[in-house]
Structures are given as C-alpha cells and as structure tokens.
Design a protein around this ligand. Sequence first.
Ligand code: ADP
Ligand code: MG
Length: 353
Amino acid sequence: MKRFSILIAALCLCLTGCGKQTTEATAQIFAMDTVMEVAAYGPKAEKAVQETEGQIKALENQLSRTKADSDVSRVNHNGTTPTTGLTYGTRALLPAALEYRDATNGAFDITIAPVMDAWGFTGDQFRVPEQSELNELLKHVNSDEIQVQEEPSYSVTLGEGQAIDLGGIAKGYTSDLVEQTFRANGIESGKISLGGNVFVLGGKPDGSDWRVGIKDPRNESGLAAILPLRDAYAITSGGYERYFEENGKTYHHIIDPTTGYPADSGLLSVTVVADANGPDQEWDQPGNGTMCDAFSTALFVMGEKQALDFWRNGGYDFDLVLVTEDGRVVITAGLADRFEEVKDSGYTYETVS
Ligand code: ADP
Ligand code: MG
C-alpha cells in the first residue's frame, strides 16, 4: 500500500502585519498512518516544505514496522544489525528509546512490539489475546536486553524473542528533524502537526502566538483546551487515536508493559509540552520532540498521580496537560498563565505545582 502521498501543496504570496512580503508554503502529507499538515513562512518556505516532505518519507522508510525493508523490520527479522547497516534515524533513536525506558521505569518500552502484534495493532487484524498468550510475550518485553554499540561501528542486538516498535517516538523524532529543516531554510514562522504531535517555530506570521488546540478525547470535533505557544513542542497521546471495539469494550493502542493490556490509568490523554531545540541542535539528534513523544506515551500508561510525580521530579524540562476520565483538565505550573479553557467543553480545569 502506498502510505505516502502529498494531497495538497500550495504556494502563495501574502502580506504580513508589518507590511513585509512573506512567502507561505503549506502541504498536507499522509505518512506514518497519519495526516500531517505543514506550514512555513519565509523566502525559502517552499524549499523548506519540500525538504520536510522528503524528510518525513525518509524517516518512514527507516522506522516503519509495516514496510518489510525498513531498518526496524530488518533489525526485527535478524535480531541484529542488518549487513546493510542502519540509517541515521534508527541509529539516533535507539539510544534515546533506551534512555526514556530507564527514565520512565519501563512504562515506555520499544520491545512492546510482539504485544502490539498480538492485539493486531501492527496490521489491522484486531483481536483480544488470551492473558496466557500475553504473559508469554511479556517475558520478552524489556529493552534492558538490547545491546547498542556505537564504536568502532554501530551495532544493535536484540534479546532472545525480542522485536522493537518505534511507533511511540517516531513522530516526535520526525518533528525534531522538521525543526532542523525549518531553521536550515531560515524559516522564522512555521508549524507542523503530525496527528496529535505539534511543533511550532516562532509565532504566527502576524507576530501573535500559535494557538495549539488539545483535542477533546470525548468529542471528536471539540477541544479540551487551547495553548498559545511559540518555539515549542506539544505532543499528545490518547486512547482515542487508534482503537477497536469488541463485545462493547474499547481496546486502544497504548499498552501497559506490566499487563500487556491497553493502559487503563484513568487518563484520556496526555499532552507533553517543551521548548524548541534551538539552532545548536545537531541535525540528526533526537531532541525535545522525541522526549515529549516518549513521555506522552509513558505518562499515559502511568496515570495522573505517577505522571505528576514524574513531572515534579524535575529530571527533564517539560509541562503537562492531562485530560482525565472523570472530566478534569490538569495543567502543570509552567502553562498555568497561558492555557485557555474551552467554554461548554464540560471539563473542570485545575492547575498543579
Ligand atoms: P500516536 O501514535 O497516536 O501519536 P503514541 O505516541 O502514544 O501515539 O504512540 C503509540 C504507539 O507507541 C503505539 O502504536 C505503539 O507503536 C507504541 N507503544 C504502545 N505502547 C507502548 C509502550 N508502553 N512503550 C513504547 N511504545 C509503545
Ligand atoms: Mg508517544
């Protein structure tokens, strides 16, 4: 199946608030099973958007679990580095994935792959596995067993029976590289939304903040909150993004590695917000986009209390918006003076420190 297609690409001239002529380029891209929207403003906007499309396609080819010749598929097939070696994305992401596994005490773990397969989330053959089947598979979920060696040559070796799934961080990493692409093209105002993963560079062309909507998990067309942001990542994980129903029960795609079941922690969504990486980031290195993506998945698994404890620990610099099953939107202190409530959303809003 062709997973990548460019639906719309537009280029136009527009006038900014200060009267300067700015070029705008926008595109809608379907990749990584996600509708992505990119917009860039500046003299090299068109080039930036074209390079962004190329970048996304390249990363999908490296990181996909469904493409047989991706790096990830080859590693899973061989249990080790393929003879063709690994491409920059996979090489850079693996150490980050292991770091975030340790940081979250295993709530984020890329060796969840066989469990994802058992539920049918890798393809679309959904089923509810037996607990005994899950218990067998869970024996292999532990990315501490993965060996990554960077010198003298890069190699990775999986533990017995293991496979990896980078779906929990691939889009965040992609947004990190989009920041690089924007900056390399002198873009001062830009936005990319990869499903629930948003990166904004600068403010809007008129100088105001970008307004990033946090989807209402209970209402497909509604918002639960709005975040005015500039130079920031805002990355959301929610059970409503991908799921199936069987016998009146809903099963979603974020798995608790301790049970093998879809996480059931009382949260409907977790949004992790952090600063842009800035101009000094090395071009292929994971940054805050990757971090936000890993933590959005992990904190969804942890639930409200553990997630807030993790935030309070202060090991990493980010803020949170949690949407809870009992109808609250919980916002951490760094966003307290900027988030906007959505009238009639039915949620109550609380800030925590
Ligand atoms: P989305 O893909 O909707 O943006 P996430 O970032 O939360 O959402 O990623 C969900 C994906 O992460 C799943 O489809 C699967 O590939 C992977 N995944 C699921 N559970 C875990 C987990 N506990 N640790 C690491 N990756 C996971
Ligand atoms: Mg994630």
